[in-house]
Design a protein around this ligand. Structure first.
Ligand code: SAH
Ligand code: SF4
Ligand code: F3S
Length: 441
């Protein structure tokens, strides 16, 4: 049987696309191999969000050329956000001409045809489009987990934050229909899925042709038997509706957690980023969420060193972090992306200053994360088991409803059968990014 190997960079959209690509390859009779050097087909699913993602990509692409020597039928494919940019396609054609197939984020469904054509004719295949008006067909994907699933609800993005490449690599925003999404999740529930992650660059702007909004979708998924946990990613602060906030009160399966990227704490930076909310409006959304659900956990994304960021702007970001007291935050040093407006802004921040601010911000965030986690010590929490713990192969790990990562041990032998089950764990220790505990039930 021919075999395949997929390497995935980037966000959960890409992870889900890779699950779909795996599904397509298996339907063609390929089987997965964990060892890329044994694979007949290698697919690299790429990300372009920051410059170092570009560098990493070209660095690791080069290493696959040698497989052409040991396996004359070896086929190299590149997909994802990189080849959506004309300059990258040019560079691949120029310096990596041995790559066999290139396809984009909106042409995944064509991959089987491209692969068959490549095998039949020996010719290189390219299928990229900038902006498809169509909603991709749902593919029978090969899930990474039995008990949890990623589900696309919107594709693309219309927000054009001035720093961001995504609107150029994923095209204009399109919503699936509520009916289709519910149908897919019902099938997933029948297949043993307990947790769904609803995916979109801005899930709050979901709107289908019948006028259903994101809150309607959450309510509909909440009714599906077997689905115990609903998560979503990512929500844009400007579009969080009161209806959605109310779902935290009315929908029992909606997890008590939200990822709400703020990006910056100063109004002038938020404006230059084209985020369409002020600091005060953001804080008001947080207050409303906490009014409905006082112990909701909140995480965020923050960019430091954005062009024109003054000391004052940065202090505003620090003070916002201390005011909101995030459970966790992803912090990024601003990275100019060719073709985006911010890359042309004149007042770029020197690297040394960016790093200095970044370190100060991370310290502030980590201190708060640890304090937040310490409040869990002694408590009993329910954990949905996900697998063997990363840092201790005698322990298992999983997530609480409010998205805390818990590593836990038990006196009885742990077995993999527990994966996907809910267990009670008493928390014994808190770290910055995780909790430790022992199983009680
Ligand atoms: N659609 C999501 C974010 C997708 S990108 C949203 O709007 O929340 C994930 C994160 O990468 C962003 O939230 C932002 O913090 C960061 N990011 C995007 N472009 C960046 C850039 N050019 N430099 C540094 N960080 C960036
Ligand atoms: Fe990028 Fe902004 Fe769209 Fe998020 S909302 S994907 S940060 S343009
Ligand atoms: Fe990267 Fe594309 Fe996601 S640029 S973050 S893989 S949408």
């Amino acid at each position: 049987m021919p075999s395949y190997h997929i390497i995935t960079y980037g966000c959960q959209m890409n992870e889900h696309d890779s699950e779909n690509i795996a599904g397509l390859l298996e339907a063609m009779g390929y089987e997965h191999t964990p060892d890329s050097s044994k694979a007949d087909v290698v697919v690299m699913n790429t990300c372009s969000i920051r410059e170092n993602a570009d560098k990493r990509f070209f660095g690791s692409l080069g290493q696959f050329k040698k497989y052409k020597k040991t396996n004359k039928d070896f086929i190299m494919c590149v997909c994802g956000c990189m080849p959506q940019q004309p300059r990258i396609i040019e560079k691949i054609k120029e310096s990596f001409s041995w790559v066999d197939i290139l396809f984009g984020t909106q042409t995944i469904g064509e991959f089987p045809k491209l692969l068959s054509e490549r095998i039949r004719t020996g010719r290189k295949q390219i299928s990229i489009i900038d902006n498809s008006p169509d909603i991709p067909e749902v593919i029978e994907s090969k899930r990474m987990f039995r008990h949890k699933a990623l589900v696309n609800i919107t594709y693309g993005c219309n927000n054009f934050c001035t720093y961001c490449i995504v609107p150029y690599t994923r095209g204009r925003e399109k919503s699936r229909s509520l009916k289709d999404v519910v149908c897919e999740i019902r099938r997933l529930a029948e297949d043993g899925v307990k947790e769904v992650m609803l995916l979109g660059q801005n899930v709050n702007s979901f709107r289908d042709s019948e006028g259903n909004r994101f809150a309607d979708l959450i309510k509909a998924v909440d009714e599906i038997e077997g689905i115990e946990r609903i998560r979503f990613m990512t929500s844009h602060p400007k579009d969080i509706s009161d209806e959605l906030i109310d779902c935290y009160r009315t929908c029992s399966s909606l997890c008590n957690n939200i990822h709400l990227p703020v990006q910056a704490g100063s109004d002038s930076l938020l404006k230059r980023m084209n985020r369409h909310y002020t600091r005060a409006q953001y804080l008001e959304k947080v207050a409303k969420l906490r009014e409905v659900s006082p112990d909701i956990t909140i995480s965020t994304d923050i960019i430091v060193g954005f062009p024109g960021e003054t000391d004052e702007d940065f202090e505003d970001t620090l003070s916002l972090v201390k005011e909101v007291r995030y459970d966790s935050a992803f912090t990024f040093i601003y990275s100019p992306r060719e073709g985006t407006p911010a890359a042309e802004f004149e007042d770029q921040i020197p690297e040394r200053l960016q790093h200095e601010r970044f370190d100060r911000l991370v310290d502030a965030i980590n201190e708060i994360s640890l304090e937040k986690n310490q409040a869990y010590v002694g408590r009993e929490v329910e954990v949905l088991v996900e697998g063997i713990s990363r840092n201790n192969d005698k322990a298992l790990s999983g997530r609480t409803d409010d998205f805390k990562l818990v590593n836990f041990t038990s006196e009885a032998p742990l077995d993999e059968e527990m994966i996907g089950k809910a267990v009670k764990v008493r928390i014994t220790d808190a770290k910055t990014f995780s909790l430790d505990g022992v199983i009680t039930e």
